[in-house]
Unconditional design. Structure first.
Lengths: 244, 269
């Protein structure tokens, strides 16, 4: 699986939010979109997810053009900042949702769905909590349910929108490593949106630093810190250009 | 308890007695004044039975239309930004502000036999006023804000992310509505529907203008009560009124039962 973002542009009410953004994600790679608020990173993620239509540019997965494909047909698992769990459904029903709404011909039977939910609950280390409701879970547990729900559709790409921002610092630390190991175990490519450098360094193979609707630099954390391409990148990462 | 508190509570109780308890008690004493048998024979009077039937029928027709329209309007206003959105919001509230009698007259002017819409239809043999259609139309007018008003605030604060999540998981529009949106708004919807139904059954002014008050044909319960009263048939009038009161009390009890189980739906009116 390889995913390509090509020259994506978006204007909201006369304001350019994204200008010709290009990006690529290799198979199994973890990419972070890092930038201050208003840099366009969430808009880019929404365009990738199919929740927002771009004004121009192209999205491609394994050579297939998916720019105009409806969100649901893309099979991208998304974890929302608020987690957006279905509050009136149990954890198990939340996770099974993506399977339950499949067309009848493709939908796995009840037993197969239960099996899959069980496996995912074990994967996120909450095997006992399938009958709980979201309101009865801690923040960290909710995040893991959101992960499991996104993974249930065997996503071609995992999209994470600030998935740690609602958690306190301690839980955040431990969940970071569990998200990374989960992503590796499943072998899915992932795109993370964050404004927190530490998060990007801890999780991502490559980081795209965004500013005012453009990608300033797209590189490994080592290269970003060793050779910032623009003064914005240096400033944002807190590197003193003169000292180098 | 201080004197001031006692005084305030006393005033509140007194007000409730004068404004609510006394009239209801009066209805009941007058209705049952000549005995249960007289009450029963007044109820089973064909004209009164027909009025009950017409009132319930109107409410049953108006209810589903109100639900569909209310959800659609609330959804559009909560989820989309479009030209005319604010105008729509104000437009839907007009029935709250306009006197029902005026509304009835407007309907008569437009849909009546000499109105711009009514006249051409009349030539085709379709009559809109002075029958069930007219009653349903004005009832729709006076009740259309209720469901939207209850559902809108719930939609505005909840569920948008959940709907997006469902979309990324492959659900289609109907599945999103059925499994995600509807459960979130259900109690607000029921609450709005109850209020709308109570209003539809109790409406007098607008209905009296467009129904034409044809005895035994286009009389709803409120109209029938007035008719009987004007005929000096006090027992009949109050017996019919007990039915209307009972319908209202049932809706009220339903409403408070819902408020007890789901406080988030019952707080507003």
């Amino acid at each position: 699986m390889s995913f390509v973002v090509q020259d994506i542009a978006k204007t909201f009410g006369g304001q350019k939010v994204l200008e010709s953004v290009s990006l690529s994600v290799e198979k199994g790679e973890f990419v972070a979109l890092l930038g201050p608020s208003g840099s366009g990173k969430t808009t880019l993620l929404n365009i990738i997810a199919g929740l927002t239509q771009p004004d121009g540019g192209r999205l491609e997965i394994d050579g297939e053009d998916i720019t105009r494909l409806p969100s649901g047909a893309r099979r991208f698992g998304m974890v929302f900042q608020s987690y957006a769990l279905f509050r009136h459904m149990t954890v198990a029903d939340n996770i099974a949702f993506g399977l339950r709404v499949l067309p009848r011909a493709q939908r796995p039977g009840r037993a197969a769905r239960a099996e899959k939910v069980k496996a995912l609950l074990e994967l996120v280390e909450m095997p006992e909590l399938g009958n709980r409701y979201p309101a009865q879970l801690s923040g960290g547990q909710r995040q893991r349910v959101a992960m499991a729900r996104a993974l249930a559709i065997d996503p071609r790409l995992l999209l994470l929108d600030e998935p740690f921002s609602a958690l306190d610092a301690k839980v955040r630390q431990s969940l970071r490593s569990s998200v990374r190991s989960l992503q590796k175990k499943v072998g899915v490519s992932a795109i993370l949106v964050t404004h927190d450098q530490a998060e990007a360094w801890a999780l991502a193979d490559r980081v795209a630093v965004m500013n005012r609707g453009r990608i300033e630099q797209f590189d490994t954390p080592e290269m970003l810190r060793g050779a910032p391409a623009t003064s914005f990148v240096a400033d944002f990462l807190g590197i003193d250009m003169l000292e180098r | 308890m201080s004197l001031r508190q006692r005084l305030l509570i006393g005033l509140a109780v007194l007000f409730a007695l004068i404004a609510i308890v006394a009239p209801v008690a009066a209805i009941l004493t007058r209705a049952f004044g000549d005995g249960l048998g007289a009450w029963w024979s007044a109820i089973v009077e064909p004209e009164t039975l027909h009025a009950i039937w017409l009132t319930v029928l109107t409410a049953l027709i108006v209810l589903p239309i109100n639900i569909v329209f209310g959800i659609a309007a609330a959804w559009a206003i909560a989820r989309f930004r479009f030209p005319g959105r604010r105008a729509l919001l104000i437009l839907i509230e007009i029935p709250f502000a306009v006197s029902p009698v005026i509304a009835g007259l407007c309907f008569l002017l437009i849909y009546g036999a000499y109105g711009p819409v009514g006249a051409p239809l009349m030539n085709e043999g379709i009559q809109l006023m002075f029958n069930l259609t007219g009653i349903v139309l004005v009832s729709l007018f006076v009740t259309c804000p209720f469901v939207m008003r209850e559902v809108l605030p719930v939609l505005q604060v909840t569920g948008e992310d959940e709907e997006k999540a469902a979309l990324t998981l492959g659900a289609n529009g109907w599945q999103i509505f059925r499994h995600v949106t509807l459960p979130n708004i259900l109690w607000a919807l029921v609450h709005g529907a109850i209020l709308a139904t109570a209003r539809a059954m109790g409406e007098f002014g607008a209905v009296s203008v467009v129904s034409g008050a044809v005895r035994g044909q286009t009389m709803t319960l409120p109209l029938q009560v007035e008719l009987l009263y004007n005929d000096y048939n006090t027992t009949g009038a109050f017996a019919a009124a007990t039915v209307l009161t009972a319908l209202a009390l049932v809706t009220l009890m339903l409403r408070s039962a819902i408020a007890a189980v789901h406080p988030e739906a019952g707080g507003r009116t």
